[in-house]
Design a binder for this molecule. Structure first.
Ligand code: SAM
Ligand code: SF4
Length: 352
């Protein structure tokens, strides 16, 4: 059984004498207070910018169990993590995933965690929204790049927009705050952006546009997808008055308010405006690999120390060593001369 620091409770040790482990701070003085955990690399969609149509997924035996994921998350909580985002692949397709939300909710109850959130494609949301809310989830991100069912099918290859809409209804009925994430794609959704803003804000949801990142091999060229958000923002000024906002969610989005709708619009700009200096995040995959930066290859295996001992000490040591190597930032490039992705793994491995 673990205590609030995620350490194993032993009858021979007086809990009052346990000193919480030192929080994780990287060499640039950035405290790591936010982890994104990819609970599966599998997905029921095949978004064209995220995956190729034929993907090789990990053998299920390589995955951490839900209990191990809970222990890993709890170890991060013990080391100062205040926010956990559950992502994937599609997190809600992992069998039994609600068990993890349920068990993590104890850290919300104790105040050790500020929030647990989820990023989902929405396909399974109608089924799970109520239980997510019961487990203390207050905000969710739902990815949706278009409001047109045919275009939605084309961009996700396999997705059904009507199902996602049902999921949004269920989430709002359960009282969850929703942020829609849309990847800005050249020639695909730029003309639709004003309609998406009016739609999202009309339903009381935030909307964030994301620049496409060069992660993993896909069928096609990144440069044909890449739409700089500086350009989209300039186009939006024809129809909207955008005012910079100090609103922050702990993630990389910078927000504006839209005067005409009264809603909030976010921009995630890894290419045109690098936000690494304020990075407070690391990512853990479903096999327990810790990536200190979304855009760099360096990683640390946390599965071996997790499985090596019932005590969390080896795990804490591995986490500390890894954070000591957290790089200053990514160096994404998308242009006609840069053929290879910045890193070979897909976004669905590391989690969005
Ligand atoms: N399946 C869930 C979803 O789609 O929301 C969670 C995982 S998905 C990898 C997380 C986010 O990453 C989504 O908003 C998706 O649009 C975004 N994404 C995927 N590949 C991307 C890429 N190459 N560049 C930028 N964003 C990407
Ligand atoms: Fe699946 Fe999300 Fe990647 Fe789309 S973006 S293929 S929904 S993991």
């Amino acid at each position: 059984m673990g205590d609030i620091y995620g350490m194993i409770l032993r009858p021979d040790i007086d809990a009052a004498t346990l000193v919480p482990p030192a929080p994780l701070v990287d060499p640039f003085g950035r405290a790591i207070s936010y982890i994104r955990v990819s609970v599966t690399d599998r997905c029921d969609f095949r978004c064209v910018y995220c995956m190729s149509e034929d993907m090789n997924f990990l053998p299920k035996g390589d995955l951490l169990t839900l209990e191990e994921l809970d222990r890993l998350c709890s170890a991060f909580v013990a080391k100062g993590t205040r926010k956990i985002r559950i992502t994937g692949g599609e997190p809600l397709v992992r069998r039994g995933i609600m068990t993890l939300f349920r068990s993590l909710s104890r850290h919300l109850g104790s105040g050790a965690l500020e929030e647990v959130t989820v990023t989902t494609n929405g396909s399974q949301l109608a089924k799970h929204a109520r239980e997510l809310a019961d487990c203390g989830v207050r905000r969710i991100n739902v990815s949706m790049d278009t409001l047109d069912p045919d275009k939605f099918r084309a961009i996700t290859r396999w997705g059904d927009l009507a199902k996602v809409m049902e999921g949004l209804d269920a989430a709002q009925a359960a009282g969850l705050d929703i942020k829609i994430n849309a990847v800005a794609l050249k020639g695909f959704n730029e003309a639709e952006a004003p309609e998406m803003i009016r739609w999202a804000h009309g339903r009381g949801m935030d909307l964030t546009f994301i620049e496409v990142m060069p992660l993993g091999e896909i069928d096609g060229a990144r440069v044909d997808q890449y739409l700089p958000l500086t350009q989209l923002r300039a186009q939006l000024l024809d129809q909207f008055t955008l005012t910079d906002s100090s609103y922050q969610t702990g993630g990389p989005a910078r927000y504006v308010t839209v005067k005409e709708t009264g809603g909030r619009l976010g921009f995630i700009t890894p290419l045109t405006h690098n936000f690494c200096e304020g990075c407070n995040r690391v990512r853990v995959t479903c096999t327990g690999t810790l990536y200190m930066c979304l855009g760099q290859e360096d990683a640390a295996d946390l599965r071996a120390p997790l499985r090596a001992s019932e005590s969390n000490e080896p795990l804490f040591k591995a986490m500390e060593e890894a954070i000591a190597r957290k790089p200053k930032g990514h160096d994404f490039v998308i242009d006609r001369t840069t053929r290879n992705p910045a890193v070979g793994r897909h976004m669905s491995v590391t989690g969005g």
